[in-house]
Write a protein that binds this ligand. Structure first.
Ligand code: HSE
Length: 306
């Protein structure tokens, strides 16, 4: 195989209570990427369509992640990468993760799979380090493994794929403003009171249990964030109104997608997820900021070879 074409999924990181540890992959939103073997060694980004992003390999998240992988191989050839961006950088649905994870997944396939998808997470995290200053794994893990993922530890890397209930759907609104992950991290407090931490880990445990037992009510009760949401939500226009209308329309819960500005809601079944989307549109039509709304099943495969 000399060339591979991929669907690289958008992802929702944090999933309310799981800051930096939980994430999930979407099925109907993502980038496309074409990766080709070349006789010339190294990595070249030859084309980026849809967004203005650096072609310089060392300044592009896909390039940096690819180089991290190649530094652990003795590949006799190199790679060129074309990226067709549908996910806007700074949207909160894992734009940099889709590119970083896509690059390492595609190159690994073209090399005959020397690494497991779990191994690839560490290389893709180098792209996240370039994008946000921190090598967090909660977007690249679901992009590579699919479904809902839990980053139990990053050193050593220990990522678990969590069971995804079959009727779980996400609704995502992406207001067309940019929130840089690095800025959204800067405003967070570095210490958490014990009382708040107790509430948070109670919810993380509840959410994991709810996912495994397909207990949708428990999933909904656990979609609470006492640590990050109170601080970051002020960056997102009409955040409380979107959350309120989502819950009124039947969503199990709602929260900030990654570092925002996107907001997500989880629902049981597509019909409810679409109703939630319609109610969010009504709220945002009054805000005066352009937006996209996506309704998607949870993607349990991760990267898809096209
Ligand atoms: N966990 C990261 C954050 C995800 O919230 O900063 C960024 O997409």
């Amino acid at each position: 195989m000399n060339q591979i074409e991929l669907f690289c999924p958008a992802t929702i990181a944090n999933v309310s209570c799981g800051f930096d540890v939980l994430g999930l992959a979407l099925d109907s939103v993502g980038d496309r990427m074409v990766i080709r073997k070349t006789a010339e060694k190294g990595v070249r980004i030859t084309k980026i369509v849809g967004q203005t992003l650096p072609l310089d390999t060392h300044k592009n998240v896909a390039g940096v992640a690819a180089l991290a992988l190649l530094s652990k191989t003795d590949s006799a050839f190199g790679f060129e990468i074309e990226i067709y961006k549908n996910i806007k950088p700074g949207s909160g649905i894992g734009s940099s993760a889709a590119s970083s994870a896509g690059a390492v997944f595609g190159i690994n396939e073209l090399l005959g799979r020397p690494f497991s998808n779990h191994d690839l997470i560490a290389f893709a995290m180098e792209g996240e380090r370039l994008a946000s200053g921190v090598a967090h794994a909660d977007n690249v893990a679901p992009a590579l493994l699919g479904g809902v993922t839990l980053v139990r530890s990053t050193a050593p890397l220990d990522v678990l794929k969590i069971h995804t209930p079959s009727e779980l759907y996400a609704t995502v609104i992406h207001p067309q403003i940019e929130v840089k992950t690095s800025d959204a991290r800067e405003i967070l407090r570095s210490a958490v009171p014990l009382k708040t931490a107790i509430q948070q880990w109670g919810n993380v445990g509840g959410l994991i249990s709810g996912l495994y037992t397909e207990d949708y009510d428990l999933i909904g009760r656990s979609l609470e964030d006492h640590i990050v949401e109170p601080i970051r939500s002020i960056l997102i226009p009409a955040y409380n109104a979107v959350k309120e209308t989502s819950l009124k329309s039947g969503a199990l819960g709602a929260g900030i997608s990654g570092s925002g500005p996107s907001i997500f809601a989880l629902s049981k079944g597509m019909e409810v997820a679409e109703k939630v989307g319609d109610s969010i549109k009504k709220v945002y039509d009054k805000v005066g900021i352009d937006y996209d709304v996506h309704v998607s099943k949870i993607n349990t495969e991760g990267m898809k070879i096209l």
